[in-house]
Design a protein around this ligand. Structure first.
Ligand code: FES
Ligand SMILES: [Fe+2]
Length: 367
């Protein structure tokens, strides 16, 4: 499977990378080592040592870098070898590992898996609802044995909440909601609005609406490639203006681990301006959400992947339903971006082969 390489992916929550330890995660089939340098800045390098390919995360954190556990070469955050305990200590020219551009923003660590020259931090989608200065962010991480695009499908087609989450997130009104899809540039918006819905119990408390009152509920999803989504979920007493209701931003961020497994970060964000309760509400709500995500979505996603095996999604000729419009649009945008990236890569001139000097032999005497 081809992944979009020139894009920002989430690699971790900010608090997953401690100050003095090494953290390994496989992203897009590559084993990546993340750590904070001596200034606390997150660095990402290949986890495979340049000598005999030992996993660097099994080594130890040394001044501004890591020491390989096998023969002791040291590497810094740029991937440069900074220490060789062998022989005269000279650094071999080939002793370098790949490094990845990294940005710490919105409570998350973003990584660029493509050409470093294209890594523009301004391309990170807006998740200011996770700005730790202004919001308390209730954070969760899940690992799914399923392809990451199935995860985008799941969020972009929320008609499933009526069937998969009947007691937690959905109600009988959801699949007949008013839906709309729009695309602005490469961003896809998939919106869903119920009318006169009786919501599941816990949502009344979250929305601050008297229990059992009919509501108009909206769940609007913004998708950016490869699979970064922001939900705006809210409700108002039926007939009211949205501005009279309450809504919450719910980020859902997915990064492929392999072709058939995915890292999944989601959060519930509450403005710190709400005072003491912000942390409590964010923690309670993200915990409430994690129950159906863990017990209902995750087993379904993994079962879907098992049924699909290694087959390509389109080769299985999936039936398309009205609720799929957003997910299909996002798949088309993603496929187009990947195809364009591959075309550009194919057009790049081949690197000049390195000129290796051939040793000249002395002519053999004929007599
Ligand atoms: S494998 Fe890393 S120094 Fe030998
Ligand atoms: Fe779900």
């Amino acid at each position: 499977m081809a992944f979009l390489r020139n894009a920002w992916y989430v690699a971790a929550w900010d608090n997953e990378i401690p100050a003095d330890a090494l953290f390994q995660r496989t992203l897009l089939n590559e084993s990546v080592l993340l750590f904070r340098d001596d200034a606390g800045v997150v660095q990402a390098i290949s986890n495979r040592c340049a000598h005999r390919f030992a996993p660097l995360h099994m080594g130890k954190r040394v001044a501004n870098g890591v020491q390989c556990p096998y023969h002791g070469l040291q590497f810094d955050g740029s991937g440069k070898c900074t220490g060789n305990p062998h022989g005269d200590g000279k650094i071999p020219t080939a002793a370098v590992v790949k490094s990845y551009p990294v940005v710490e923003k919105y409570s998350t660590i973003w990584i660029w898996m493509g050409d470093a020259a294209n890594a523009d931090a301004a391309l990170i989608p807006d998740f200011s609802c996770m700005d730790p200065e202004h919001f308390y962010v209730g954070k969760r991480y899940l690992h799914a044995k399923a392809n990451y695009v199935l995860e985008s499908d799941n969020i972009l087609d929320l008609s499933h909440i009526q069937y998969l989450h009947p007691g937690t997130l959905g109600s009988e009104t959801v699949s007949n909601a008013i839906t709309s899809v729009k695309q602005v540039g490469n961003t896809v918006y998939s919106n869903r609005q119920t009318v006169a819905e009786i919501m599941p119990d816990f949502l009344y408390a979250a929305m601050g609406i008297p229990h059992g009152q009919p509501v108009d509920r909206w769940i609007d999803v913004r998708w950016d490639a490869p699979a970064n989504m922001l939900l705006d979920a809210g409700a108002v007493a039926t007939g009211g203006e949205r501005s009279a209701g309450k809504s919450f931003p719910l980020p859902h961020l997915f990064t492929p681990e392999t072709d058939t497994s995915t890292h999944y970060w989601f959060s519930f964000c509450v403005p710190k301006a709400l005072g003491e309760f912000a942390k409590q509400v964010a923690e309670e709500q993200v915990q409430a959400l994690s129950v159906p995500f863990t017990n209902e979505d995750l087993p379904m996603l993994e079962a879907q992947q098992q049924m699909m095996g290694d087959a390509d999604f389109w080769s299985l000729k999936p039936v398309l339903l009205p609720g799929d419009a957003g997910a299909i649009r996002a798949r088309r945008v993603l496929d187009t971006l990947i195809a364009a990236e591959q075309k550009r890569a194919a057009q790049q001139p081949l690197q000049e082969p390195a000129v290796v000097p051939v040793p000249v032999r002395a002519p053999v005497s004929s007599h």
